[in-house]
Design a protein around this ligand. Structure first.
Ligand code: NAP
Length: 295
């Protein structure tokens, strides 16, 4: 039976460390990190994510700035707000919650690109993506950074290991592949990236020492698809109907966790694995942005 990696417990340790550092900076520099969040529209899941981010940042002692903009907001109104925050020295991190409303989807990249790269704590700006690809990252996207921090915490070495990632998105799969390839202690892996056009994914995952699922398909990875003793990191967040649950649904990952645990050496659960690490990394990136400015 494999170990369940408790991402919630690890994130709590990180929050405690951030809080201590913030309170010492308050005396030393006379200010604390500032995180600005922008929510456009009324997507309930986005509202709930933003609420958690604000709550966590305030608990850590940050100053938080928030603006709610309605569904019909224009590209210019949104970039106007971002530019105002770019010029505000008390703000170290800017987060625009995605996805944007339907009529703005095509403008997502150009809106995100107006964020000052020195405040782009989500790490999506082309300048930060380029720095990561070059092997000299500034802000690492939060979910991939959270995964590396979990591996570090669990002392799961990646050096020389075969890591198979399922998913090649800009926010998870692709940056994670770059991190695992980096010439660093928790890099130096041999990386295979799979996507919807990959043939015979099982034949690849069966060779993997570490499998990372980031595709958004409930229980996609089964026990038959992994080798004995593999480490499995489940990034997926999927709603499945469950009449017995209070809300009529429950959240599952991309892994058939119970069956996979019988064969794997360690598995991250959903919920309580990678998810809690993502917000912790947002705070850590904002703290790092603040620290860079003090130097
Ligand atoms: N825990 C967290 O904090 C966190 C953070 C971010 C995302 N997530 C979750 O992680 C999952 C992935 O998120 P994302 O934003 O990366 O999603 P995304 O942008 O939709 O990307 C999904 C990726 O999976 C690939 N894919 C889809 N179906 C596949 C299949 N049947 N076989 C192989 N590959 C397949 C897609 O291939 P193509 O490129 O060919 O389309 C794509 O590369 C979602 O469930 C999301 O909710 C969790």
């Amino acid at each position: 039976m494999g170990k369940i990696i408790d991402g919630k417990a690890v994130s709590k340790e990180i929050y405690a460390d951030i809080k201590t550092r913030v309170s010492s900076y308050k005396n030393k520099y006379g200010r604390v990190p500032g995180l600005a969040t922008l929510l456009v529209g009324d997507n309930p899941a986005s509202r709930s994510y933003v609420r958690s981010k604000i709550k966590r940042s305030e608990e850590a002692g940050f100053t938080s700035y928030h603006r709610d903009m309605d569904n019909s907001s224009t590209r210019e109104q949104i970039t106007g707000q971002i530019k105002e925050w770019n010029n505000d020295n008390s703000i170290d991190g800017i987060l625009v919650q995605l996805p944007l409303p339907e009529h703005l989807r095509k403008d997502t990249a150009s809106i995100m690109d107006t964020i000052d790269p020195a405040k782009d704590v989500d790490g999506f700006h082309p300048e930060n993506a380029g720095l990561l690809a070059r092997g000299t990252p500034r802000f690492i996207p939060c979910t991939p950074r959270g995964i590396i921090e979990l591996l570090k915490h669990e002392k799961i070495s990646t050096e020389g290991k075969h890591a198979v990632i399922i998913g090649r998105s800009q926010i998870v799969g692709l940056p994670l592949s770059l991190l695992l390839l980096m010439k660093s202690e928790y890099g130096n892996a041999t990386v295979t990236v799979c996507h919807s056009r990959t043939r015979d994914i099982s034949s690849l995952t069966q060779q993997a020492d570490i499998v990372i699922t980031a595709l958004g398909k409930p229980r996609f990875l089964t026990a038959e698809m992994i080798k004995q003793g593999a480490v499995v990191i489940d990034v997926g967040i999927n709603r499945v109907d469950d009449p017995a649950a209070k809300k009529g649904y429950r959240i599952v990952g991309d892994v058939d966790t119970e069956a996979v645990l019988e064969k794997a050496s360690a598995v991250t659960p959903v919920p309580g694995g990678v998810g809690p690490m993502t917000i912790a990394m947002l705070l850590l990136n904002t703290l790092n942005s603040f620290e860079i400015k003090q130097k």
